[in-house]
Design a protein around this ligand. Structure first.
Ligand code: NAD
Ligand code: 89V
Length: 345
């Protein structure tokens, strides 16, 4: 019987309310404390989820609490300071995406945890969504043969800034915020990338960063993958927060369409499946697909920590997704194709 692990959360904002609710679905994880710069947010979150103590100073939290791990759900500019602080206290860390504000910092975070002998996992949940797991199973079955082409699409006009106003202030926006998700899906489904070319632009005059990015990638397998992302797309069907897919292989193709509709085309048939997410009582309906899979992701983290093994998404693995994010920025800046091996620390 695995023992119950004690953890704390740093960052008690919008998403933490759901990420903690996902932890509450798992009996062997005990939330003992929360921390936020905003004491009111910390107090409200502690009361809501039954944490014994709340802090506004993370150093004090680490000094006073006996923790098996910490879940960092702050905005990205604070991710590194708390991952490195956790490492100094010998505490394993789970960090929200994007791992770091740049590739050098992401590498420093990975190295700090490696040197301290603690685990660093990354809460990157898009690849854990039920439809994406099913697509991976179909690809692994060989049903559509050798993949030669893929398209990953996250194009929306959803008013994301209403719940996440910080996103409108980011100089690096959609590649860091959504690219962290959809470029990771591309890696999860089609493997590692050799090179890419990226174009970006800002359509919305009321935000600081880019809200449109198009990335054309040549995979190490030789397959081509086009990854498109936008928060400026007013389309016939608003698909938020779904990622749509079209993947073509030597023996057929698969398409993931709106409302979790998966079609698998082979020479003899077109198989149709609807792969709906589990609807927990605490999810926000607008985000159900994303929030429901957090239970599965948290379970993988918890079991990995209990068993002393790596989870699916380690800091080292997610660093390779960060390479794609920051290689995309470099390509958009230079106007050139970027070899991924040239973008590293
Ligand atoms: P938010 O602004 O609502 O919450 C962030 C919280 O962190 C705030 O309450 C802020 O006070 C706190 N904070 C910031 N710096 C701090 C510090 N130095 N010490 C203590 N507290 C600090 O933001 P959010 O929308 O909840 O996003 C938080 C993180 O979650 C981001 O990394 C974001 O990318 C990620 N996110 C992930 C998903 C997903 O998993 N699909 C969805 C939304 C947001
Ligand atoms: O990841 C994010 O920042 C959220 C999303 C709903 C796309 O997961 O906006």
């Amino acid at each position: 019987m695995n023992r119950t692990l004690r953890f704390a959360v740093i960052g008690c904002g919008f998403w933490a309310q759901y990420q903690i609710a996902a932890w509450k679905e798992l009996e062997a994880a005990e939330l003992v404390a929360v921390c936020d710069l905003d004491e009111e947010k910390a107090l409200r979150t502690a009361e809501k989820f039954g944490a014994a103590r709340h802090y506004t100073n993370a150093q004090e939290l680490f000094e006073k609490e006996k923790l098996d791990f910490v879940d960092i759900i702050t905005t990205v500019e604070a991710h590194a300071v708390f991952v490195i602080m956790a490492a100094k206290f010998g505490v394993s860390a789970i960090c929200q995406k994007p791992l770091g504000p740049d590739l050098k910092t992401a590498r420093e975070m990975v190295e700090a945890c490696k040197q301290a002998g603690v685990s660093l996992f990354v809460h990157e949940n898009f690849r854990w969504q039920a439809p994406i797991r099913q697509v991976r199973e179909v690809l692994d079955s060989g049903k559509i043969g050798e993949v030669f082409k893929g398209r990953v699409t996250f194009c929306s006009a959803f008013p994301v800034y209403d719940n996440q106003p910080v996103l409108a202030e980011l100089d690096k926006f959609i590649l860091a915020d959504i690219g962290s998700h959809v470029l990771d899906i591309a890696r999860f489904l089609m493997g590692e990338v050799d090179n890419l070319r990226c174009l970006t632009r800002r359509v919305n005059p009321r935000i600081k960063g880019e809200d449109v990015a198009n990335v054309l990638m040549e995979m190490k397998s030789g397959a081509h993958c086009f990854v498109e992302m936008s928060y400026a797309s007013l389309l016939e069907r608003e698909a938020f927060p779904e990622t749509l897919l079209l993947i073509e292989g030597s023996k057929g193709s698969l398409r993931l369409d709106c409302d979790f509709q998966l079609s698998i085309t082979s020479p003899k048939e077109i198989e149709k499946r609807k792969v709906s997410p589990e609807m927990y009582h605490w999810v926000n309906p607008d985000y159900a697909l994303v929030q429901s899979c957090m239970v599965d992701l948290n379970r993988d983290f918890l079991q990995a920590l209990q068993e002393g093994r790596q989870a699916e998404i380690t800091g080292e693995d997610n660093y390779r997704t960060m390479q794609l994010v920051y290689a995309s920025y470099a390509s958009a800046e230079s106007g050139q194709v970027v070899k991924i091996e040239a973008v590293t620390f």
